[in-house]
Write a protein that binds this ligand. Sequence first.
Ligand code: FES
Ligand SMILES: [Fe+2]
Length: 438
Amino acid sequence: MHDADAINLATLPPRQLKEFLTNTVRPDDGFIPAYIFSHPVIHQLEMEKIFMTQWLFLAHESELPKVGDFVTRDLGGHSVIISRGQDNQVRIFLNMCRHRGMRLCRDDRGNEGAFHCPYHGFTYSNLGLLTGVPFQRDIYGDGFDKQNFGLIQAKVEIWAGLIFGTWSANPPSVKEFLGPMAWYLDLVVNRAEMEVTGPPQRWVVNASWKLGADNFVHDSYHTMYTHASIAKLGMVPAADYSKQGYQIDCGQGHGLNFGTPTPDFIFPQNLMDEYRSRLTSEQFSALSTMKNMIGTVFPNLSFLISATTFKGSRISNTTLRTWIPKGPGQVEVLAWVLTERNATPEWKEASLQSSMFTFSPSGIFEQDDMENFIDITANSRGALPLRDNIAFAYLAGLGRQPVEQFPWPGTAYDSKFLEHNARSFYRAWLKAVTSGGE
Ligand code: FES
Ligand SMILES: [Fe+2]
């Protein structure tokens, strides 16, 4: 780059933009440039190439137990209604009336047999059909066929209770999309019958969505310093508690850190039979040895199983979260807590409390993390990062060989203090944002 000549990404023709991205985003060498965390052109590319094409996690099935239940969420920057219709099928509707485009439903959640548009009163069934047009004959005569104006739908697939949606016309199956990650995700959401403890908490942060996804896909290194208080409070034995275990690359940008070994079983002991019956013997042995587990499904679904000493006893909590881009350098976080449906009420309550105390907008670790994400995003703005091509070091474990004959799926590295999965995440990111067009 020339002196004092910050490149203007907004005026680059698509081919040159691709070239610029390929030259500056260098996961294979361990360099990730600052500008990608806040630049408006990057945000636009991500929305188009990632969030409009990938399977995205939207809701847990236990949020929609009854016919007529619905929640509203964001799919690729568009408001959508996820509805369990009267035929018991889950569908995803664009939250847009076909008459003039008014937002049909403005509630976060509820139960409705039909949705009434606030503007002129068009009515849609919870199957997405236009069923009522006020004064239809008077106004439109015979020239209006309601069948042509049903709600626009996105593709939906439910995998182990997770409701995924996509705007892609030809997506792979969710199982195919998850690849080896499915095996680990089973341990999070399918080890027992799981349910959400309530609607997700949601909050907006002035930070890049990628920093959250990046942190969860690989970064146990920061726990030692950012979350040093966890050891001081006696919630874990030592500050480097999160070092031991495996960093596992599941391909396609998906990855996780599996903490092991554990001094004791971190899940409700009385559900042993249920775990054994739902998991394979390899999965059950993984569950038994798990100290904690954290990961990201590309692009923006992250999970965490955390076990700490809370109010004198050791308790684990299981959370899912999505990092939803709301603009360049702004993210909305949706965070769910999951518990075993058949756990005791006391266990469920303690698990929820430990989660709120640690990972929630009021949680001590969440606040530590958000400070980092906000300041990194702020630093990535302005002319200098582009002008001087400022890049960050994602070098840890570069060239390191994976564990030979690892018994579980994916490619595993011995230690969680590595940046391998982040390099894979940005490799998948680069492939996506530079895809198509030629
Ligand atoms: S915009 Fe919905 S009824 Fe007119
Ligand atoms: Fe953290």
